[in-house]
Design a protein around this ligand. Structure first.
Ligand SMILES: [Zn+2]
Ligand SMILES: [Zn+2]
Ligand SMILES: [Zn+2]
Length: 453
């Protein structure tokens, strides 16, 4: 296992080979089908499992900014001279990537000037990986043949979309080792069900800022079922996935993650889960709906304008139209006024977008003001340690530090640290970075104090 920036964080500290730790086993969950459960007690903050992907690829929309080998984001990357798509930190990353990229490179070249979609590239990568099986494949608790395609419960429209992807996959793989590739595709029935399995079971790989950088397949971890208040979270270091406990878990208890953003209304979560993952969530949080009232607090006529404006604001965000986004958010937030409390979900979303825009525009005071407004709501809506909450605190702390509110920055970093030790672990580069920032703050505060005397 190699990764160009991971040498400091040797995988040895993660107890040897990737795969399931002895505290985890596969079982059949009463209503949910296959799942994973604890065989022994697991305490909060414990690393439950970690895995390297069986196959992964950088998302098309990040293809120019992220190394296709180690998934780091860099200002300038070397481009593969043949397919002109893959990009690497340096020749070392390119060399290490070549055995996995060789076949893909040929396919990409043949398809130029067209580019296959992420799921087609991932499915092809999976086939190439299976043509050349890595050593640890027999360790997987869950094989590709067993993965669910959900084709039976899919709408005709969705099936139609998938069959277009399947024909693109066919075209993309044309002439590529046709006998063996066909053997693999047919072992998962047909290209359509292969594509369906890939889209239903792939994980989004995110970077330190929790931005999507790629997609990957981690077969054993596909066994994890969803809960809107899960007892585990996943974080990435490059393409390596870590599964960490955010609650104490008893022996025999099922391990769960959330497939979607948990900070949303029950109705929104259920709709997304049904459309994307084809099941109806019956978790405790969905049953109790206890946060709903708080999320919708304030005068409806005041927050309704925020709700209605959100799709347009999201669009501005996707277009990186920061100036207009910041102005629109500012206008909407003052119009909503104090009758809408900061805990209101729509106000929170608009405030978060304003924070993003202000950061991109380098308007640090505005960014800090918006960031501070989000924190009480984050504390409320993330009762368990959550990466999103930790990263938000870290963002606000950095702004405070930059604006020389050093004591406040230190307090915010400390709060982030408490969360990230659990969600990311002490050895994660982000936790190490946070530690360094805390030391810097300490040092600066000491200097200020001694300067005064
Ligand atoms: Zn790299
Ligand atoms: Zn190439
Ligand atoms: Zn639920």
């Amino acid at each position: 296992m190699t990764s160009c920036y991971g040498c400091k964080h040797d995988p040895v500290h993660m107890e040897g080979k990737p795969g399931m730790m002895p505290t985890v086993e596969r079982f059949v969950s009463p209503e949910k089908g296959n799942g994973l459960r604890a065989t022994a007690g697991i305490s909060r903050g414990q690393l439950v499992s970690w895995a390297e992907p069986l196959a992964c690829c950088v998302s098309n929309k990040r293809a120019r900014e992220v190394c296709h080998h180690c998934f780091s984001r860099r200002e300038s990357l070397l481009r593969c001279s043949q397919c002109k798509m893959a990009r690497y930190c340096n020749t070392a990353c390119q060399k290490q990537a070549w055995s996995g990229h060789k076949r893909e490179c040929r396919c990409l070249r043949r398809l130029l000037p067209r580019h296959p979609t992420d799921s087609v590239r991932l499915a092809a990568r999976l086939i190439f990986a299976l043509l050349n099986p890595p050593m640890n494949i027999s360790n997987e608790l869950y094989t590709l043949e067993e993965h669910e395609s959900h084709l039976n419960s899919m709408s005709e429209e969705k099936k139609e979309g998938l069959s277009q992807l399947a024909s693109m996959l066919d075209l993309y793989l044309q002439q590529e080792d046709s006998d063996r590739t066909q053997e693999i595709t047919s072992s998962c029935q047909d290209p359509l069900s292969l594509i369906a399995k890939v889209t239903c079971n792939c994980f989004t790989i995110s970077d330190g800022e929790l931005q999507e950088v790629g997609v990957g397949l981690y077969p054993s971890l596909s066994l994890l079922n969803h809960d809107c208040r899960p007892n585990c979270v996943m974080v990435f270091e490059g393409t390596r996935l870590q599964l960490r406990a955010v609650q104490d878990i008893s022996p025999q208890e099922e391990l769960t993650i959330s497939y979607i953003e948990t900070l949303s209304l029950t109705e929104e979560r259920q709709k997304q889960l049904e459309e994307q993952y084809h099941f109806i969530c019956r978790c405790q949080r969905c049953d109790s709906k206890q946060e709903e009232e708080l999320m919708l607090s304030g005068e409806e006529e005041n927050w309704l304008q925020l709700k209605v404006a959100l799709p347009k604001l999201e669009e501005l965000n996707a277009e990186s139209n920061w100036q207009v986004l910041l102005e629109s958010c500012g206008r909407l937030l003052s119009a909503a006024g104090v009758e809408v409390p900061d805990e209101n979900l729509y106000k929170l979303r608009v405030t978060d977008l304003a924070l993003d825009a202000a950061v991109h525009l380098g308007q640090w005071e505005d960014a800090l003001r918006y960031g501070m407004k989000t924190l009480p709501a984050y504390r409320l809506y993330y009762p368990d340690p959550h990466p999103v909450h930790g990263i938000q605190l870290m963002r606000v702390g950095k702004l405070q530090h930059y604006l020389e509110h050093t004591q406040e920055a230190l307090d915010t970093f400390k709060e982030a640290f408490k969360i990230m030790r659990i969600t990311h672990g002490d050895d994660h580069p982000l936790t190490t970075d946070l530690n360094m920032r805390m030391e810097e703050c300490h040092h600066e505060i000491k200097k200020q104090l001694s300067g005064r005397h």
